[in-house]
Design a protein around this ligand. Structure first.
Ligand code: NI
Length: 156
């Protein structure tokens, strides 16, 4: 796919991963009343769980010898080590250092996962997408103005 006259072909590769975790939406910057009003039942002191779907998209040149951007086994091992081992069947508030102080909304979850995966050595991390429920999904591409999403608890 390469020649002396043109750059290697860039292709994006998306791979899906699954993890289950609990969280409680509670901001230390808000009063008890505000937390209750803003987060509703998601502010329940005992938390609740989600079956999250994570899609990590990487991009890079297609290696002319292998026909691939990156070896999926390498990506899987990296995501497992950096994200799944840390988040799966865990309390995001209690078990993940980043959420001791920061409210574990899926917006912040995307940013934290992006931070953990951007060091993937074999390709460039393009985007993180997290589905919190079948109605809510969030994306982060490393630039604050590119986050999109819908608040949990709103109508589909
Ligand atoms: Ni939730």
């Amino acid at each position: 796919m390469t020649s002396a006259n043109c750059a290697p072909v860039q292709v994006a590769l998306g791979r899906r991963y699954y993890f289950s975790a609990s969280h409680r939406l509670h901001s230390s910057e808000l009063s008890e009343e505000e937390n209750c009003r803003i987060y509703g039942k998601c502010n329940n002191p005992y938390g609740h769980g989600h079956n999250y779907i994570l899609e990590a998209t990487v991009t890079g040149p297609v290696n002319p010898a292998t026909g691939m951007i990156a070896n999926l086994a390498e990506l899987d091992a990296f995501v497992e080590r950096e994200v799944l081992d840390a988040f799966d069947h865990k309390s995001l508030n209690e078990d993940v250092e980043a959420f001791r102080e920061k409210v574990p909304t899926t917006e912040y979850l995307c940013i934290e996962i992006y931070r953990r995966l951007k060091a993937f050595p074999a390709a460039k991390l393009l985007r993180i997408r997290v589905e919190e429920t079948s109605n809510n999904s969030f994306e982060y591409s490393g630039e604050p103005d590119r986050q999109v999403g819908q608040r949990e608890g709103t109508k589909p």
